[in-house]
Design a protein around this ligand. Structure first.
Ligand SMILES: *[C@@H]1O[C@H](CO)[C@@H](O)[C@H](O)[C@H]1NC(C)=O
Length: 325
C-alpha cells in the first residue's frame, strides 16, 4: 500500500518533469522563472500583432527586426538592446511597448522581469537626481543578476531630470560583464515626446512633396531625432547615453492622420465585439479629436489616445443592449 503510493508520487513527479523538462526546480511549476517557458521571446507573434493592431506606423518593423537579432540564441548580443521611441502622445509608443512585453514574456507587463518607470512618477525631483541614479543602479543590477533577460521601459524620459539615465550607461555599453553581471541580454526602451515637433514637421514636408507615408524610411528621421533628443530638455539632455551612441535605434512614431484614427476607432469597436460599427458613430468619435498643426490640420493632436473611452460609451449605449435582446 505504502509502496504503491510512493510509486505513484514518483510517477507523477517524473511525468511533470517530462512535461516541464526544464523544471529541475519544482518552484517553476507554479511560479515565474527565468526560463523560456516564461520568457518565450516570441518575435513572430509580435510581428503579427503589430501588423494587425498598430496603424500607420510601418517604421516599428525595425523594432521587431532588432529584437529578433538580439534574442537569436545562436549569436550572443554584444550589448544590451536599447531602443528609443519618439512621437506625439497617442502615436502608439506605450501601446507598442505593451505588445513587446506581451510577446516576449508569458505574463506580459505583469511579469516580474518587465519594469516600467514613469518620468514624472518615479523621478519627479531634479534635486533627487543622485538618489534616483543610485536606486536605479542597484535595482537594475540586482534584477539582472537574478535573471539576465529583463525588459526596462522608461516612459516620459523628457520629464526626467537630466543625468538620471547616466546611471545605466555602464550597463548598456559594449562590455560583456560588469562586476560579474551580464547585462547584454536585457532590453531597454525609452519613450518620449522629444523630437516629435521635428518628426511632425519633417513628415509634413515629405507629405507635401507627395511622398507616400509607407515610403518614408528610418533614415529620413534617425539623425534628426538623435540630435533633437540631445538638445531638448529632459532625461536625454546632454546625456552621456546619447553622446556615446549607446542607443541602437531611434524609432519615430509618425503623427496620426484621419484614416489611421479611423482604424483605431474601428479596432476599439472590434475589441468590444462590434465588428460593423455604424459610420455615424465613427464620426461622433472623430468629432472629439483636435487636429493640428493650425495650418494644415493634418494630424490628430492626441493620436489615438482617449478614443477607447468614447467608444466604450457608444457601445454601452447603442450596441450592448441590442446583443442582449
Ligand atoms: C527590481 O526592480 C524593481 C523596480 O522595477 C525594484 O523595485 C526591485 O527592488 C528590484 N529588485 C531587486 C532585487 O533589487
Amino acid at each position: 500500500m505504502k509502496n504503491s503510493l510512493l510509486i505513484s508520487v514518483l510517477l507523477l513527479i517524473l511525468s511533470m518533469k517530462y512535461t516541464y523538462s526544464w523544471s529541475y526546480n519544482p518552484v517553476c511549476w507554479v511560479r515565474e522563472c527565468c526560463h523560456d517557458d516564461y520568457i518565450p521571446g516570441d518575435v513572430k507573434k509580435l510581428r503579427q500583432v503589430l501588423k494587425q493592431r498598430v496603424y500607420g506606423q510601418h517604421l516599428v518593423e525595425t523594432v521587431v527586426d532588432a529584437l529578433a537579432g538580439h534574442l537569436n540564441p545562436k549569436y550572443a548580443p554584444p550589448k544590451a538592446l536599447v531602443l528609443s521611441f519618439h512621437g506625439w502622445p497617442g502615436s502608439g509608443k506605450n501601446y507598442v511597448s505593451k505588445f513587446i512585453a506581451e510577446s516576449l514574456y508569458k505574463y506580459g507587463t505583469k511579469s516580474k522581469y518587465v519594469h516600467h518607470f514613469i518620468g514624472r512618477l518615479h523621478f519627479p525631483l531634479v534635486s533627487e537626481a543622485k538618489t534616483y541614479q543610485d536606486n536605479l543602479h542597484s535595482w537594475l543590477k540586482s534584477n539582472i543578476t537574478n535573471c539576465a533577460r529583463q525588459l526596462f521601459i522608461f516612459d516620459e524620459v523628457d520629464k526626467m531630470p537630466p543625468t538620471v539615465l547616466d546611471a545605466i550607461k555602464p550597463m548598456i555599453d559594449y562590455r560583456d560583464i560588469v562586476d560579474g553581471v551580464d547585462y547584454t541580454r536585457s532590453v531597454f526602451i525609452f519613450l518620449s515626446n522629444t523630437g516629435s515637433g521635428l518628426i511632425n514637421e519633417h513628415y509634413e514636408e515629405l507629405w507635401n512633396r507627395g511622398r507616400q507615408r509607407e515610403d518614408v524610411t528610418l533614415n529620413d528621421f534617425e539623425l534628426m531625432i538623435s540630435k533633437g533628443a540631445f538638445n531638448e530638455e529632459g532625461g536625454f539632455y546632454l546625456s552621456d547615453t546619447i553622446k556615446s551612441n549607446l542607443i541602437d535605434h531611434y524609432i519615430p512614431f509618425l503623427p496620426m492622420q484621419e484614416k489611421h484614427v479611423i482604424e483605431c476607432i474601428k479596432d476599439e469597436f472590434r475589441q468590444r465585439d462590434v465588428n460593423y460599427p455604424n459610420p455615424q458613430h465613427i464620426k461622433q468619435v472623430l468629432e472629439f479629436i483636435e487636429w493640428g498643426p493650425d495650418t494644415t490640420k493634418l494630424f490628430s493632436k492626441t493620436g489615438c489616445k482617449r478614443i477607447s473611452s468614447k467608444v466604450m460609451l457608444l457601445v454601452a449605449k447603442h450596441y450592448n443592449e441590442k446583443t442582449e435582446l
